[in-house]
Design a protein around this ligand. Structure first.
Ligand SMILES: Nc1ncnc2c1ncn2[C@@H]1O[C@H](COP(=O)(O)OP(=O)(O)OP(=O)(O)O)[C@@H](O)[C@H]1O
Ligand SMILES: [Mg+2]
Length: 294
């Protein structure tokens, strides 16, 4: 699909993919796409940072290429690796046939034995792809510096093969949970958008677009309760993902109301920390009474 012509169109396209973006997010994404700039999404846990990249790829009919970052990730896992196992087999075959010419040996480091990892894949796919660099804050400093280089020219040099360059760069979405501060240099290269928790009405809409079978009344109650949970000082406040899970769980169990009893029975869908559980149990009445009035 051609890329949407206005911010409103983009938001509408995302909605068709069951993603509700507020004006700020839709604008940031629209500008990122139009100006070929990577976009960095930071925000609370479970507020739709990863999902927006997936939905974008799907509604734009682009390939989603995901680089999941983690502690200790290195350039091999991100760019390319040589397929050692196949190289060894090939070498064995060569020696059995007593082949020793330089050409055959050169081929060992040719495209046949190259394993593409997400960044190389993305450079090859260019604007046919959405590159999701997920949870960049989990990778270490060196990796971030290396990423910065790749993002600045979308060009990868493989000594044995040559330089591969994207004709037009993919749409790049980076996400971070802010477990550490990212470097200014990386931020400067990207557009930035913070995704906070949605307002209650919006969150109800999100629940209903994701779980159309759920009654609006139940969705409202769940959202009201979740919003109260977020006001408590929890170690792991529930994200939108938990709101949806909770509503789905209650609906599955045939609960049409969220009272203290129903909440206690299903808390595992929304509170996932032992200490938090105690705080929540102490306040259940209040959390759900707010829900009942809503
Ligand atoms: N604006 C939204 N529109 C539709 N669905 C949403 C929205 N925000 C969140 N969701 C739902 O919440 C789920 C969790 O979102 P996602 O995994 O993208 O969160 P995240 O911000 O990447 O969280 P984490 O920090 O844990 O990685 C999604 O699968 C989706 O169902
Ligand atoms: Mg995520």
């Amino acid at each position: 699909m051609e890329h949407p012509g206005t911010v409103g169109e983009l938001a509408e396209t995302l909605r068709q993919g069951a993603y509700l973006a507020d004006r700020g997010l839709a604008t940031a994404l629209f500008v990122a796409m139009s100006l070929n700039r990577p976009i960095l999404l930071e925000g609370e846990v479970g507020v739709g940072k990863t999902e927006v990249a997936k939905v974008l790829a799907s509604v734009l009919a682009r390939r989603l290429i995901r680089l999941q970052c983690y502690e200790g990730i290195d350039t091999n896992q991100a760019l390319y690796e040589w397929d050692y196992a196949r190289q060894m087999l090939h070498i064995r075959a060569l020696s059995e046939h007593q082949v020793t010419d330089a050409d055959a040996v050169d081929k060992l480091f040719g495209p046949r034995f190259l394993l593409e990892r997400p960044l190389l894949e993305a450079v090859r796919a260019g604007d046919q792809a959405v590159l999701l660099i997920d949870e960049i804050d989990r990778a270490d400093d060196e990796f971030e510096a290396f990423l910065l280089e790749v993002l600045s020219d979308f060009q990868i040099s493989i000594p044995e093969i040559g330089t591969i360059k994207a004709d037009s760069p993919p749409l790049v979405v980076l996400t971070s949970n802010r477990t550490r501060e990212l470097h200014d240099a990386l931020k400067r290269r990207c557009l930035y958008h913070w995704i906070g928790y949605p307002a209650a009405d919006r969150e109800v809409e999100i629940v209903l677009i994701r779980e159309p079978g759920i009654s609006a009344a139940l969705a409202r109650k769940v959202v009201a309760a979740v919003q109260r949970l977020r006001e408590l000082d929890l170690a792991k406040p529930p994200g939108v993902a938990e709101t949806i899970d909770w509503a789905r769980t209650l609906d599955f169990l045939g609960e049409s109301d969220l009272d203290a009893r129903a909440a206690r029975d299903t808390l595992g869908a929304v509170v996932k920390d032992r200490d938090d559980l105690e705080v929540v149990l102490d306040n259940l009445q209040e959390i759900t009474s707010g829900a009942r009035g809503a």
